[in-house]
Design a protein around this ligand. Structure first.
Ligand SMILES: NC(=O)c1ccc[n+]([C@@H]2O[C@H](COP(=O)([O-])OP(=O)(O)OC[C@H]3O[C@@H](n4cnc5c(N)ncnc54)[C@H](OP(=O)(O)O)[C@@H]3O)[C@@H](O)[C@H]2O)c1
Length: 261
């Protein structure tokens, strides 16, 4: 088990609940200091306080909306000025199931901004900081959806395919450096009431591959510290999504999620 140097911090985005919170708890148990980031008004203060008291680690926290580059840049500047960051977990992400003709421009922009741009900007801005540490880790959260285009979701799987591709490319680019880059592609997790309701609507197939966020986080952190690049979370879903040809899987996946639209 890796124990961090006293002054190093793990930055976790989307940390107030779900998988992000599970990552935070998993690292706190390892006595790693955390920097928690969430949208405003998600009771992040309460979570930070709880982790600080329970695990005796430092837990500064920041609330901001990633929907503008300026917000992300002002946050990363502050982090670079004040903290040594040795772990960056890009967990924040957003999506939905709607007919493309029914969505607003804001809906499209937010998915691309949070999933694609925030992930890229965070890494780009924190890279010099990560390089200064003796050993550093980046863990990006993609999705099993990265392996299959899906009607009514369209932008979300495409954005997660970006995260997967970006991670593998960056990992190769940094392979001789102190920074190890990992990516996970989890299947459905019951992380919040909205997602839970969506999964319930997907019927048998949706429920079959359900994952617990705490187990996903713990497994991912273990593999991340071992320097694993592609951390396979759900082998069965991955096997089917890479094995099945597009003419079978795209209509099949689209039919499954259509009930949510
Ligand atoms: N749940 C699943 O079934 C599933 C499956 C595959 C992949 N994933 C991926 O796993 C990651 C975590 O998902 P989750 O289910 O735990 O939570 P989630 O409800 O999908 O949301 C992820 C978190 O991202 C943060 N976020 C969303 N919009 C943001 C914005 N505009 N600015 C800043 N932060 C924003 C929020 O964090 P705060 O609430 O802390 O503000 C939000 O809780 C996501 O990247 C998701 O795409 C989830």
């Amino acid at each position: 088990m890796k124990v961090a140097t006293k002054n190093q911090y793990a930055v976790i985005t989307g940390a107030s609940q779900g998988l992000g919170k599970a990552f935070a708890l998993s690292l706190a148990k390892r006595k790693h200091n955390l920097i928690l980031i969430s949208l405003p008004n998600q009771n992040l203060k309460g979570l930070a306080q709880h982790i600080k008291e329970t695990y005796k680690v430092e837990v500064p926290y920041f609330e901001t909306d990633f929907s503008s580059d300026e917000n992300i840049l002002s946050l990363t500047n502050e982090l670079n000025k004040n903290y040594d960051v040795d772990i960056l977990i890009n967990n924040a992400g957003t999506g939905g199931t709607k007919k493309l003709e029914d969505v607003s421009l804001n809906y499209l922009n937010t998915i691309i901004q949070v999933n694609v741009k925030a992930t890229s900007i965070f890494i780009h801005q924190l890279l010099p900081n990560l390089k200064q540490q003796s050993r550093a880790y980046i863990l990006n959260v993609s999705s099993i959806a990265a392996f299959s285009p899906i009607g009514y979701k369209t932008v979300y799987p495409a954005s997660k395919a970006f995260v997967h591709s970006f991670s593998l490319g960056l990992s190769e680019e940094l392979k001789d450096s102190n920074i190890s880059v990992s990516v996970i592609n989890p299947g459905a997790m019951k992380t919040n009431p909205e997602i839970t309701a969506r999964i319930e609507k997907q019927g048998f197939l949706g429920k079959l591959t359900l994952l617990e966020p705490e187990k996903v986080a713990e497994y991912s952190i273990r593999k991340m510290f071992k320097g694993k690049i592609f951390i396979l979370i759900n082998p069965m879903s991955w096997f089917f999504s890479t094995l099945l040809p597009n003419w079978i899987k795209i209509p099949m996946m689209t039919n499954i999620v259509k009930r949510e639209a």
